[in-house]
Ligand binder design. Structure first.
Ligand SMILES: Cc1ncc(COP(=O)(O)O)c(C=O)c1O
Length: 375
């Protein structure tokens, strides 16, 4: 028996009828790019996230790029972000010719340390990209006041955090709702996934929404009249229709992930594995959505091999800190500069996690881990 790290087929079986109906509707309309279905998804997503605007685009990578373009990020600017994330978090900065400034992460949440962000702000800092990694929001309230004071723009990387929220001052705020831009990916394996590439940017100001809507269609407000050079980054109607179906289920699926995470925690405790495995911490005030269930493990590589031999698929997010990527060498960072991120790269292991994961599969995963550590 194989236990996959995620299983989209099991998920599809739960929505197949509704998805087929939605596909029929799009085929009947023959309206494939942007249009009413995309507009409907945008307004439903904005209502869910409680942001005034949501602008669909072609991917999460483009969402980040579009947000930074809308902010006018370019040569001479500095942009602060985490070294412990997917490549696209940082590539958008270097593609626009701005300087990447990394701030190290927290060892328990794996999210960027706001104390280090505060230390990294200079008069050249144009923007800050926090990444709500693995489905848990950063400690945003620690930095939003300072960003405003120092005139630093905010572009949240919410690619992994759809549905996550954080309670602040008695108010619940979701990723993308902290006052700047929120950049989402709907890559198929994301908690809210499309059936192809798709993304979205949320924002607060009408003028930003207008600018994003223009930038995603080659910088044209009117077809064939270009005020600026934008991208071709449109959301298509099929993906929007799929996302509308799946958005209606996201709360149920998130609760199922959270239940699976709770079960892993109990199983680790039962097997006295907490010296070998450090489970992910849900920091106070957060609703973690467990896009990934990432532990820190002693002898990680050996453990991964042992599990693979027993048909248990695990993954490493991420094996190399962004400050060590060869393509960012000109940023001037070296090994040792981001010690927490570097240590995580050697220790993290993502265990199987998806809404349909069965309790008996989790028991098998934890039994195999216990066997490896001879517990
Ligand atoms: C943290 C993070 N940022 C950005 C992206 C880019 O999203 P996409 O793959 O939709 O371009 C991803 C997706 O893998 C991600 O995990």
């Amino acid at each position: 028996m194989t236990i996959p790290s995620f299983d989209l087929k099991r998920n599809y079986a739960r929505v197949e009828g509704e998805i087929k109906e939605a596909m029929e509707r799009i085929l009947a309309s023959q309206h494939f790019v942007l249009g009413p279905e995309v507009a409907a998804f945008e307004s439903e997503a904005a209502a869910y996230l409680e942001t005034p605007h949501a602008i669909g685009c072609a991917s999460g990578s483009d969402a980040l790029l579009l947000a930074l373009m809308a902010l006018g990020v370019g040569p001479g600017d500095e942009v602060i972000t985490t070294p412990f994330s997917f490549f696209a978090t940082a590539s958008c900065v270097s593609r626009l010719g701005a300087k990447l400034i990394f701030a190290d992460v927290e060892p328990d949440s794996y999210n960027i340390s706001m104390e280090r962000v505060a230390d990294a702000i200079t008069p050249r800092t144009k923007a800050f990209i926090p990444v709500h990694l693995f489905g848990q929001l950063c400690e945003m309230e620690k930095i939003t006041g300072m960003l405003e004071e120092k005139n630093v723009a905010l572009a949240e990387d919410c690619a992994q955090s759809f549905g996550a929220h954080r309670t602040h001052d008695g108010k619940i705020l979701r990723g993308g709702a902290w006052g700047g831009f929120g950049c989402f990916s709907f890559f198929p394996t994301k908690n809210l996934g499309a059936y192809g590439d798709a993304g979205m940017v949320t924002c607060f100001k009408d003028s930003d929404a207008k600018e994003l809507s223009r930038l995603r269609v080659h910088g044209a407000s009117d077809t064939y009249f270009h005020e600026e050079v934008g991208l071709n980054s449109r959301l298509d109607a099929m993906q929007a229709a799929i996302l509308r179906v799946r958005l209606r289920k996201i709360e149920t699926w998130t609760e199922e992930r959270r239940e699976a995470a709770r079960r892993y925690g109990l199983l680790f405790a039962e097997r006295s594995l907490c010296d070998e495995i450090i489970p992910p911490a849900e920091t106070p005030g957060n609703r973690h959505t467990y896009h990934q269930y990432v532990v820190r493990a002693r002898r990680r590589d050996e453990l991964q091999k042992f599990l693979a031999e027993r048909g248990i698929v695990t993954r490493i997010y991420y094996p190399l800190s962004l400050h060590m990527q060869p393509c960012f060498a000109s940023s001037g960072y070296k090994k040792g500069d981001m010690p927490v991120s570097e240590a995580l790269c050697d220790e993290v292991l993502a265990l199987p996690m998806f809404p349909e994961l069965l309790p008996e599969e989790q028991e098998e995963v934890v039994s195999a881990i216990a066997e490896f550590y001879k517990k």
